[in-house]
Ligand binder design. Sequence first.
Ligand code: URP
Ligand code: ZN
Ligand code: ZN
Ligand code: ZN
Length: 480
Amino acid sequence: MSSRTVIRGGLVITASDEIHADVLIEDGRIAALAASGTPAAEAFTAERSEMGAPPPEGWGRIIDATGKYVIPGGVDAHTHMEMPFGGTFAADTFETGTRAAAWGGTTTIVDFAVQSVGRTLREGLDAWHDKAEGNCAIDYAFHMIVSDVNPETLKEMDLLIEEGVTSFKQFMAYPGVFYSDDGQILRAMQRSAENGGLIMMHAENGIAIDVLVEQALARGERDPRYHGEVRKALLEAEATHRAIRLAQVAGAPLYVVHVSAQEALAELARARDEGLNVFGETCPQYLFLSTDNLAEPDFEGAKYVCSTPLRPKEHQAALWKGLRTNDLQVVSTDHCPFCFSGQKELGRGDFSKIPNGMPGVENRMDLLHQAVVDGHISRRRWIEIACATPARMFGMYPKKGTIAPGADADVVIYDPHAEQIMSADTHHMNVDYSAYEGKRTTGRVETVLSRGEPVITEREYTGRAGHGVYTPRSTCQYLN
Ligand code: URP
Ligand code: ZN
Ligand code: ZN
Ligand code: ZN
């Protein structure tokens, strides 16, 4: 028997429309939409029973979404489950991290497989498939971190694209670990100009930052807040500028990850005004948190150590503006959680040893809904930056990121009026603190479907590890 669900009476919001519609789901996909209360909507259930009678036993599931939003499941294009960093591993496994993502209304993640120096892309990708396969509650895909650009690696990029890994992250930071020099970056970009891949850039001048780190430590500046001071906004802007011009020389598109500095955003905006295919992502932590958090006493600031770093509050207005003007296109989490106890503590007395990264995969959809409530963005823009554009940017649209006939039935029933307080006591991420502890937000995920299967049902977890499958991607669908 085919499985059927009807979601009735909600406000269906996509990147382009807001309509009061019923949604028919068959066999894991959106089958049809019809304006609520019309004969076409009635027919979703009536056609399989007596006209006007309730549907027969076993017909399927009917979800009443009256007064709720019906939105596409979130697409988080930047997560690091179980990522090795600074001698430890990000605390969320694919199992715990994807479950937490579902709780927060995200139904697809794109995680970063890591090539270690001296190893092939293939070895890195296989290792990440092994971590994820059979463990995920929601669908997942991979980008590839390229740490070792050589002739073999460049050839392997073509093969990975055929397997649906169509985007490659390079680092201008972390010399000796993930770092690529300008020549290596240019070569990878030239290759991507030919094979359709998208280079994602961690844009910070890591060589200069390492000098400033050494000098800060020599002066006895050891607290977490110095992490923010040495990783200067100008060094993010300089690297962003350099990445843009290298991409221009190569004739390749570019996606700059975790943009936090207004000076870096200005470089992106300028390049886009020139008509270049350059794109930018920011993250909730840069929109809602600041260097004030990094300066929290008693080493609490370590909870907010990530790279690029949190910036002074003044940068937030520029980022919100960038999201409104489309100089920034995507909000991802860069979810890379390390427990305060035992992991962040590795850097007590030396900020440079604090593992870089913050938890957030569960919080993104709610924080961005709060941005709707606060008037920063519209409801449709919320869906665009959190669902539709990440799906398009990374070759998964319209399978993911929208509610339309033929799309995967990744759907969230969202209560826009429910109030919640974010807290480590109630979140589902495998980390011992919340970056938003005590923050009150309006709006809450009620029910989450992944390919038609209920993963969260009226705020209970009804999913299972292994439901989520690898999702091969096509190349970027968002070029100018
Ligand atoms: O601090 C961060 N962002 N950790 C994750 C790795 C990265 O650079 O994205
Ligand atoms: Zn990065
Ligand atoms: Zn512009
Ligand atoms: Zn990251």
